[in-house]
Design a protein around this ligand. Structure first.
Ligand SMILES: [Zn+2]
Length: 323
């Protein structure tokens, strides 16, 4: 049973979650974080200050929690997350997982196979990350635009095994496709469908694809509001169609923003001007209201659904080890 939620500063109850953005990145650096960004000093202090501005802006809209699904190979920066959460009292849930299959292959082959990677994920969820005592609260896994590769499938099975053993929930990256296959692999590995969020589902405009994933019991994340890969009006139309069809309770929202991306785009500027963690409140809620979406539905997206997702349980126990 897993009724407590693990944040970077400790456990909270589902009621403490509050308005939650389900997919934002505090910091990204491929292969990082490099030392100036993750150890005390001027660069680190500047990073804390700039990320605190983003948190203060979210707080003005009532946001209490973000899920940061940055994996180890994307620069998951535990000292930064802890410093921010401690100084701002803002809740951050961090992830275990591996994003790149090339990194997965390397780590797997070095460590002795998929079971060793599962052990690492379990340790990060139950004991702590890199000896910090900070535990991950969710498992992140990804697939690309081509068909799901053998390595991606294997990593999904590792994630499923980890979820089954620990009871931790799973959040995925998709390119707006293959969400159903992700769901099937995770469920056949013993994960309850209601412990799965199929990420970046707003990249698909296919109502029936969305409907099938929801009807099989999982959540869809409309989690790229403001990203210039698609007009927000298109995401809103898809989201509205699902709400109008009665599927509100299986939808969560976010921006996939990156508050500091080393050698990456700067959020809130140029083509990325709407890509920031307040976009949902500033632009998307008014669009939804214009479509006739009620306040209770918006509250469901931000509060009720994250709380239910993190509160649900699935039975662990008699798992078979990965061979
Ligand atoms: Zn992301």
């Amino acid at each position: 049973m897993n009724m407590t939620i693990t944040t970077v500063t400790g456990n909270i109850s589902p009621e403490q979650l509050g308005p939650t953005l389900m997919h934002e990145h505090v910091f990204v650096q491929y292969g990082g974080p490099s030392s100036p960004y993750s150890t005390p000093g001027e660069v680190f202090d500047e990073l804390v200050a700039s990320c605190t501005v983003a948190i203060d802006q979210m707080k003005r809209y009532g946001v209490r929690t973000v899920v940061d699904p940055t994996t180890v190979d994307l620069g998951r920066n535990i000292p930064l997350l802890v410093a921010l959460s401690t100084t701002t009292s803002f809740q951050i849930i961090c992830a275990t997982g591996i994003y790149s299959t090339a990194v997965y292959r390397r780590m797997r082959d070095r460590s002795g196979g998929p079971a060793a990677i599962a052990d690492l994920f379990v340790r990060e969820l139950t004991q702590g990350i890199d000896g910090s005592g900070v535990r991950a609260g969710i498992i992140k896994v990804a697939t690309g635009a081509q068909r799901i590769t053998d390595d991606e499938r294997e990593l999904l099975e590792v994630a499923a095994h980890t979820a089954y053993v620990t009871g931790a929930p799973v959040i995925t990256h998709t390119e707006g496709m293959h969400g159903e296959e992700q769901q099937r692999i995770l469920i056949s590995g013993g994960v309850s469908p209601e412990r799965i969020i199929i990420g970046h589902s707003c990249l698909s405009r296919d109502f029936n694809y969305h409907r099938r994933i929801i009807e099989a019991g999982s959540y869809l994340a409309f989690d790229r509001f403001g990203m210039p890969d698609m007009p927000d009006e298109v995401r809103v139309a898809s989201l509205h169609a699902l709400i109008a069809a009665g599927f509100t309770s299986r939808l969560v929202v976010s921006h996939d923003s990156v508050w500091h991306w080393v050698d990456g785009p700067v959020m809130g500027t140029g083509a990325y001007r709407n890509w920031k963690p307040t976009n949902f409140f500033e632009r998307i809620i008014p669009m939804l209201q214009y479509c006739g979406v009620h306040d209770a539905d918006i509250t469901a997206l931000l509060v009720d659904n994250p709380r239910r997702f993190f509160s649900s349980t699935h039975s662990g126990g008699n798992f078979s080890p990965i061979v």
